[in-house]
Design a protein around this ligand. Structure first.
Ligand code: NAP
Length: 364
């Protein structure tokens, strides 16, 4: 893990490259990074649904929580990262509880299904093919069923998943190999598989359209990277839309939620301030511990020397001296400790370590 903010982008790239997750160019286009408060603010906006295409949608909060859990399981989360992500998740929940940003919240999946409705009109007699059985696919299929589509086919590379989802909707599971033949009977296709390459290219769709002249096929590709080759759009009677085309609908959603967005931003601002205070305390913690234990060591050494010089004292007298010296040390260090925990001065830790000569010492 990178410690220096300037290394973070390179470290992220190296991590993904080592796993061959994507092409180099593609990776560079998709990676962005922010530093310090700006980075925290971005993450808080993400969990609050302000960076989502559909403002206030719920899915993103679960996705960030899942990402944190996965990273925890693989031992990739340290204490500051945990603090940051837990605060971000808490902020996302608070924003949804205290603002109306998620009232009647849409999701990209619901926007996609409704977009298909707006193009084709009555969906009751339509045959829909859903490609992908992850979070997005499940939502698409469920919403399509709620909107009255009776003939739903679910395609997945994992048969178990497609049949499980199809069962809940009275739909039909198919495997990916049958995709070309199944395309022939579909009126609407919504693609949302996490594949790094096209699953539907122009040739597959062209072949499936034989003898289909005059009957439209609407394909809505909400996957990123895209599941459908853009050239498919030039086939006769084929209407291809992608996630960017859904922006019109989501922009209306954003306008309606403008007031709530401002309220959410106020909450994010206050949560960031809160996090900054906790962060300062967190950063100062090792130095506070070393300072306190160094002072306590001096106190105990001095007390022990003094006790050796005195006539034998009773246990109560020794306890009184111990308490008195402990209280002197705590009172003397009260101001430096408060300064360490509360000051925004970024050099404060170095200053205190320098004054008390703490370098080279670390808390146990
Ligand atoms: N979740 C959302 O709210 C949302 C919103 C808008 C757009 N999207 C887009 O929808 C896509 C899926 O997102 P998700 O959240 O549903 O992900 P997910 O829960 O991780 O599910 C991924 C799905 O894609 C399938 N898949 C992965 N690699 C594949 C491959 N090489 N070939 C065929 N199928 C493959 C998986 O199949 P297996 O089950 O066999 O692994 C699974 O069904 C992504 O492109 C995402 O950007 C998601």
């Amino acid at each position: 893990m990178a410690n220096d903010a300037s290394d973070i982008k390179d470290a992220g790239l190296a991590f993904l490259r080592a796993r061959s997750i994507s092409q180099e160019d593609e990776l560079l286009n998709r990676i962005y990074h922010f530093k310090g408060k700006k980075g925290a603010e971005h993450l808080f906006r993400v969990t609050s649904g302000l960076e989502s295409m559909v403002v206030g949608e719920f899915e993103i909060l679960g996705q960030v929580r899942d990402a944190l859990e996965t990273a925890e399981k693989t031992g990739m989360v340290n204490l500051p990262l945990r603090l940051l992500f837990n605060s971000a998740i808490g902020t996302g929940r608070r924003v949804r509880a205290e603002t109306g940003i998620s009232r009647n919240a849409l999701s990209v999946s619901s926007v996609a299904v409704d977009f298909a409705c707006s193009i084709l009109g009555n969906l009751a007699d339509c045959r829909m093919l859903v490609l992908g059985t992850g979070q997005a696919g499940k939502l698409v299929a469920r919403i399509a069923s709620e909107r009255g589509i009776k003939d739903i086919t679910i395609a997945s590379r994992t048969w178990e998943r497609s049949s499980l989802l199809a069962d809940t909707l009275n739909g039909r599971p198919i495997s990916m190999e049958n995709l070309p033949s199944e395309l022939h009977r579909a009126d609407i296709v919504i693609t949302c598989a996490g594949a790094p390459h096209w699953l539907l290219d122009r040739e597959i769709v062209r072949q499936s359209r034989q003898n289909k002249s005059g009957s439209p096929l609407v394909i809505i590709d909400i996957a990123l990277p895209r599941n459908v080759e853009p050239g498919v759009a030039s086939l006769p009677d084929v209407y291809l839309y992608n996630i960017d085309d859904l922006n019109r609908v989501t922009n209306e959603n954003r306008t309606q939620r403008e007031l709530e967005i401002r309220h959410a931003e106020e909450i994010i601002h206050s949560e960031i301030e809160e996090l900054a205070i906790r962060w300062q305390q967190f950063e100062a913690r090792p130095t506070v511990i070393v300072l306190m234990s160094r002072a306590d060591q001096i106190r105990r050494d001095q007390l022990s020397r003094t006790l050796k010089k005195l006539p034998r004292l009773t246990d109560d007298q020794v306890a009184s001296l111990d308490a008195m010296t402990r209280s002197i040390v705590t009172k003397i260090l009260k101001e430096p400790v408060q300064y360490l925990k509360a000051s925004e001065n970024s050099d404060r830790i170095e200053l205190v370590r320098d004054i008390f000569k703490l370098d080279g010492e670390d808390h146990p």
